[in-house]
Design a protein around this ligand. Structure first.
Ligand SMILES: *Cc1c(COP(=O)(O)O)cnc(C)c1O
Length: 368
C-alpha cells in the first residue's frame, strides 16, 4: 500500500528543463531569471514591485528593515505560527509582542492587537495561516488610523484572496516563501511585494550587501540573493499556480464532504469573502472524537497516511521567546490549537482515491 505523503514538491519536465536551460546559459546567480520571476510575481499579486530573496525568512527580515524597524521597536504578531514569523523581528533587535488568535481561522485576534499597541509599536506582522487571509479589512483600518505599518506574512498564502485583492497586497509589504513544501516552490526562495518604491529599493539594497552602486554601500546589508537556477524553477511553478491551487481547493472540498459529520472533528472554516488556498488542510480533533489527536495521527500513519502537526507549541513556549517574559498560561486559543490541530494530505499529487482512503480511515477510527 502506497503511503500518502503530507507534502510533495511538483517537479515536472518544465522545472527540469528550466534548470538545464539556466545551467547551460552560464548565468547561474541573480540575473535575468530573477528579474523575470519578479515581474510575473508582481503582476500575479497585483503589486507594483516584487523583490526576490533566498527565503521567506529573508523576505520578512528585509520587510522589517526596509520600514526602519530596529532596537527598541515593538512588532505585534501571532502567538501561533511558524517560528520564522517571529525570528526576523529578533534579528532586527526589535521586540515581538505576541497576541492570541481566533479559533475560527487561527489568525490574529484584532481586539487583542488593539490592546497590545503602545507608543513603541512600529508594525503589525499578520500571518495568512494555512493559506487563509486574516481579517484584512479590520486590521488595515486599525493600522492606518494608528499610523502603524501592516506587514503580511503570506508565506503560506500565494493566491489567497480577501475581497478582490490577492495576498501580498493586503498591507504595506507582503512576504512569501518558495520553500520546497509551499504551494509554489523553488527549493528555497522568497519574495517581498509592495506598492511603495522606497521599500522595494531598500529591499533590493539589503539583499545585496547594502550596495547602492559598484562597491558603494550606504549601510548594513546581507547576502539574500536568489540564484537564477532557483528563480527558473519558481517561474515554471508560477506559470501553473492557478492549476495547483485549484487542485488543492478540489481536494479540500472532497475532504470537507467526507469528514463533515464526524463528532469531535472540526473541518476548516472558510470565512466569507476570503479565498482559502489550503496550504494546509487542518482539522481540529476534540475530546468527543474519542481518540486523542496524537493517537489519531499514529493510527493514520499505520494506515499509510502521513499527517502533520502545525504547530505543536505556541510560540511563547519556545525558550528564546519565553525569555522575553511570557507566562506559559497566556494565549489560550493558541495553546488549544496546538493540542488539537492535525494537517491531512491536500497537495495536488493527492488523488481522488487517496482522499477516499483518508476519509474512510478517519470514519472507521471515529466509530472506534
Ligand atoms: C515557510 C514560512 C516562513 C519562512 O519561510 P522560509 O522560506 O522557510 O524561510 C515564514 N512564515 C511562515 C508562516 C511560513 O510558513
Amino acid at each position: 500500500m502506497k503511503t500518502i505523503s503530507i507534502s510533495k514538491p511538483i517537479i515536472d519536465k518544465e522545472e527540469i528543463a528550466a534548470v538545464k536551460r539556466v545551467l547551460a546559459s552560464g548565468t547561474i546567480t541573480q540575473g535575468p531569471e530573477v528579474a523575470a520571476l519578479e515581474a510575473s510575481f508582481a503582476s500575479y499579486c497585483g503589486t507594483k514591485y516584487a523583490v526576490a530573496v533566498n527565503s521567506g525568512t529573508a523576505a520578512i527580515h528585509c520587510a522589517l528593515l526596509s520600514l526602519g524597524i530596529g532596537f527598541g521597536d515593538e512588532v505585534i504578531t501571532s502567538s501561533f505560527s511558524f517560528i520564522a514569523t517571529i525570528n526576523p523581528i529578533l534579528m532586527c533587535g526589535a521586540r515581538p509582542v505576541l497576541v492570541d488568535i481566533y479559533a475560527e481561522d487561527f489568525n490574529l485576534n484584532i481586539q487583542q492587537v488593539a490592546a497590545a499597541i503602545t507608543p513603541a509599536t512600529k508594525a503589525v506582522l499578520a500571518v495568512d495561516l494555512y493559506g487563509q487571509a486574516f481579517d484584512v479589512g479590520a486590521l488595515k483600518r486599525m493600522c492606518d488610523e494608528r499610523g502603524i505599518a501592516l506587514i503580511e506574512d503570506a508565506c503560506q498564502a500565494i493566491g489567497a484572496t480577501y475581497g478582490k485583492k490577492r495576498a501580498g497586497n493586503f498591507g504595506k509589504v507582503g512576504c512569501f516563501s518558495f520553500y520546497a513544501t509551499k504551494n509554489i516552490m523553488s527549493a528555497e526562495g522568497g519574495m517581498l511585494t509592495t506598492n511603495n518604491p522606497k521599500i522595494a529599493e531598500a529591499a533590493r539594497r539589503l539583499r545585496q550587501h547594502g550596495m547602492t552602486a559598484q562597491y558603494e554601500y550606504d549601510g548594513m546589508g546581507y547576502n539574500y540573493r536568489m540564484p537564477d537556477i532557483l528563480a527558473a524553477i519558481g517561474r515554471a511553478q508560477l506559470a501553473k499556480v492557478e492549476d495547483i491551487l485549484a487542485r488543492r481547493r478540489q481536494n479540500a472540498c472532497m475532504l470537507d464532504n467526507g469528514l463533515k459529520n464526524i463528532p469531535g472533528l472540526i473541518t476548516p472554516i472558510a470565512l466569507p469573502g476570503r479565498g482559502h488556498v489550503y496550504h494546509q488542510y487542518i482539522v481540529r480533533v476534540q475530546p468527543e472524537f474519542g481518540l486523542k489527536r496524537n493517537e489519531l495521527a499514529r493510527q493514520l500513519k499505520e494506515c499509510g497516511i502521513s499527517t502533520g502537526i502545525y504547530y505543536p507549541k505556541p510560540l511563547h513556549h519556545y525558550p528564546h521567546i519565553a525569555a522575553l517574559g511570557y507566562v506559559l498560561e497566556s494565549f489560550p486559543e493558541a495553546r488549544r490549537a496546538a493540542t488539537e490541530v492535525l494537517a491531512l494530505p491536500v497537495h495536488p499529487l493527492v488523488t481522488k482515491g487517496d482522499i477516499t482512503r483518508i476519509v474512510t480511515a478517519i470514519q472507521e477510527l471515529a466509530n472506534g
